[in-house]
Design a protein around this ligand. Structure first.
Ligand code: GSH
Length: 226
């Protein structure tokens, strides 16, 4: 790295935005926050739409490069600005493949097809926009618990992190889903409790969550959402 990074992160207040803030602190990166939130209209302005046609947060700009998708942002930061003593991505080929498997599993099975489905179809969340469907919400919660078997089995051997001794971005993704599930009252598997408690001790987790707090009191009243 030849010059100081010029990093700007859009988005606060959700289970997806916190991932990027948390990674910034894991990697000790200075950055500027644009504290915009979902469904405030701020993601739909012409200026923001030019940066991100998906009209979603989080979004990272690094100089003249923009990248969205929370899991990709975290991976990009780690790959571009690793600390000598910490990379959030494993190096060895098979470890890298196993890490990738965890990342896809978490963002597709635990996030998109479980927790986010619950959010989309709950009467007190996005149901009024996407359709209120209590059966769908209940089934998505059950599906989440079933899929967590993969986590329960992996953590059964007492490993510290998903990838063993190395903390990786997969732990960031999983912890945000576990926090999200608990906030929704879905419950998590037994082995995930000590794992989550351990990860909550990390200074970067705490700082990242603080940085993710919405500034406006109206959004601060609710737990991190998606
Ligand atoms: N898969 C994306 C999901 C991004 C996403 O859906 N963001 C929501 C908030 S968590 C959003 O920006 N919604 C915009 C809006 O509805 O105004 C990621 O992980 O970054």
């Amino acid at each position: 790295m030849t010059s100081a990074p010029d990093l700007t992160l859009w988005g606060v207040g959700t289970s997806r935005t916190v991932r990027a803030h948390w990674a910034m602190f894991e990697l000790d990166l200075p950055y500027k926050t644009m504290p915009i939130g979902p469904r405030t209209g701020e993601t739909k302005t012409a200026e923001y739409t030019k940066l991100n046609p998906r009209q979603k947060v989080p979004l990272l700009r690094d100089g003249d490069f923009c990248i969205g998708e929370s899991a990709a942002i975290v991976a990009y930061l780690s790959r571009t600005y690793p600390k000598p003593e910490r990379s959030l991505i494993p190096d060895r080929q098979r470890d890298y493949a196993a890490w990738l498997e965890w990342c896809f599993f978490i963002v597709t099975e635990l996030d998109s097809t479980s927790l986010y489905v619950m959010r989309r179809h709950s009467a007190d969340a996005l149901g009024p926009i996407y359709g209120i469907a209590p059966d769908v919400v209940a089934k998505a919660g059950e599906y989440f618990r079933e899929q967590l078997r993969h986590v329960e089995t992996a953590l059964h051997d007492g490993r510290t992190y998903l990838m063993g001794d190395q903390f990786t971005s997969a732990d960031i993704l999983l912890t945000t889903c576990l926090d999200w599930a608990i906030a929704y009252g879905v419950g998590i598997c037994d082995n995930a409790h000590p794992y989550r408690d351990r990860i909550h001790q990390r200074a970067a987790y705490q700082l990242g969550n603080k940085a993710n707090e919405p500034l406006a009191p109206i959004t601060r009243a609710t737990p991190p959402s998606a």
